[in-house]
Write a protein that binds this ligand. Structure first.
Ligand SMILES: [Fe+2]
Ligand SMILES: [Fe+2]
Length: 180
């Protein structure tokens, strides 16, 4: 993950969208199957003495499925539309009318999905005692919580960049273009 000094709010929107895909979507796609496998293993081995690992294993498929579909919608619908908007602004051409109505509509749907993912990750954080492995945790168990902690932090940053920078700036750009 990159350091904290970047001025994301000053980046061109299309650049920020690409950055999010390259930094966060790729990482998430790599981690989802790896985490699934490790969560399964730990729940099988330690489920008896640590039932919280089973509860995490029950929650996880939802997180995985939701996030995978969510990123696909961003990559196939929203982010290409952001690039169109940026081109329209640069070229002064006709504004596009997307099949999903407006950026605002799609952004609202994406934000609702972010909330669901955030809720599920919060439950996992509580179940895992904020990713603190128990005293008797084997190396795989310890690795799992370290990976989940990292994944949680990356996902928070990912959602922050979208909710607080990319999405509001996209809505603003769309409204500026449409009002011209
Ligand atoms: Fe995203
Ligand atoms: Fe997102």
């Amino acid at each position: 993950m990159p350091g904290g000094g970047e001025r994301y709010d000053q980046w061109a929107l299309e650049f920020l969208a690409d950055y999010i895909v390259n930094q966060f979507h790729l990482y998430t796609k790599k981690m989802l199957p790896q985490l699934s496998e490790t969560i399964e293993t730990v729940a099988q081995v330690h489920g008896e003495s640590h039932p919280e690992t089973r509860a995490i294993a029950v929650l996880w498929p939802e997180v995985q499925g939701e996030l995978a579909q969510h990123m696909q919608k961003e990559e196939l619908l929203l982010f290409p539309y952001i690039k169109r908007l940026a081109r329209v602004r640069a070229e002064g051409s006709m504004p596009p009318v997307p099949p999903f109505g407006s950026a605002r509509d799609l952004v609202e749907a994406m934000e609702a999905e972010h909330d669901e993912t955030g809720d599920a990750l919060r439950k996992i954080a509580v179940l895992s005692n904020n990713y603190t492995p128990p005293e008797d945790a084997c190396p795989t168990f310890q690795t799992l919580y370290a990976l989940l902690r990292e994944f949680d932090a990356a996902t928070k940053k990912h959602i922050h960049l979208e909710n607080n920078i990319l999405f509001p700036k996209t809505i603003e750009l769309e409204e500026t273009i449409r009002s011209n």
